[in-house]
Design a protein around this ligand. Sequence first.
Ligand SMILES: NC(=O)c1ccc[n+]([C@@H]2O[C@H](COP(=O)([O-])OP(=O)(O)OC[C@H]3O[C@@H](n4cnc5c(N)ncnc54)[C@H](O)[C@@H]3O)[C@@H](O)[C@H]2O)c1
Length: 369
Amino acid sequence: VSGEARLVVATSSASYEVVIADGLLGQAGEYVRKVSDGARCALVTDDNVYGMFGATVSTSLRDAGIEAVEIVVPHGEPSKRWDRAGEVLEQMAAARLERTDLVVALGGGVIGDLAGLCAAVYLRGVGYVQLPTTLLSQVDSSVGGKTGVDLRAGKNLAGAFKQPLLVLADTSALGTLPDEEWRSGLAEVAKAAMLTGSDQVEWMIRNAGALAHREPEAVREAVLAAVRHKIGVVSADEHETGLRESLNYGHTLGHAIERVAGYGVVPHGLAVAEGMRFAARLAVSVLGASAEVASVQDDLLNGLGISQPPYPRDAEALLDAMHADKKARGGTVRFALVPEPGRYVAAAVDDDVLLAEVRAWVEQSDERG
Ligand SMILES: NC(=O)c1ccc[n+]([C@@H]2O[C@H](COP(=O)([O-])OP(=O)(O)OC[C@H]3O[C@@H](n4cnc5c(N)ncnc54)[C@H](O)[C@@H]3O)[C@@H](O)[C@H]2O)c1
């Protein structure tokens, strides 16, 4: 389509394109045809997205000679479950999809992670294509090949690395996103900007109003920059042995907040943004970073309309939750810290230090809010 941007992801296991433009869903068939000879695909989506874009994508696939077996799951995080993946696989098998056929994931991160896992294990692996329709999935989850489901013990505890054959990010699909989902996505875009460098942070602060109002040009630019950043990271470190850990910026406390509040209570993006604010404080006390970084980051988040959420101010419970997360290693909680925009440091923080910091943080937050 006109005005498209194409970025290439090259990891040690695969190379594929991320295409970013308005109007891609209506042309999905042509693009998918270029990466696959398959005659059929499982079009995996959720009930919300199916109603909005299912017919458009199915028709486009059919016009390109690819029959879509539609598999629709309920929307929301609870669909990212092992038994739900099993049902999708049974439907794929019942439709007799073959090894040369595809999985096409149409939806947000829940669908991408679930369908990607199914693609990784169906017949020991078939190709898959991502059509991300949320801001979060366009800038983050559709790129990089992490797939998976949640277990009772925690989020994303079972999964596989499976790179897609193609990602089509149709930015015009974002117009229908609920405000809360929009802000959640913006928090991840802000995270990417902090990891990219001061030019990107300044650009985003200047364009915060335009982004909050979803002005198309600013949205495309922001998606492009965030995807470019993510590609740089996953190309250098596909399996999260080093640099990829930086993408956890804000997620250590963020995940703990989501867990302690009860999943679904505090929106993911607001929890991550709160985690970024806390991490900026840690960067000062643990790394001796300048407090200026925290204030620039506050300008960025506030400008985007990302406020501090209410959540249980229970420092012990938050610390326990951080230990339960995958990000604890050898019993010590690890943080991705950004002492200045564009620079990332991994830090293991001892429990006594961390507890004191979290306690001070929640007390201050109480005073603020
Ligand atoms: N694989 C990765 O690297 C990675 C990275 C980050 C997050 N994730 C995962 O992503 C998930 C969150 O993704 P998400 O925020 O996209 O959530 P989601 O997939 O649940 O989508 C959010 C909601 O928006 C609806 N929706 C989707 N597109 C829409 C549109 N265009 N208009 C209106 N509504 C629309 C969905 O039906 C859903 O109700 C989490 O499970 C998280 O663990 C994975």
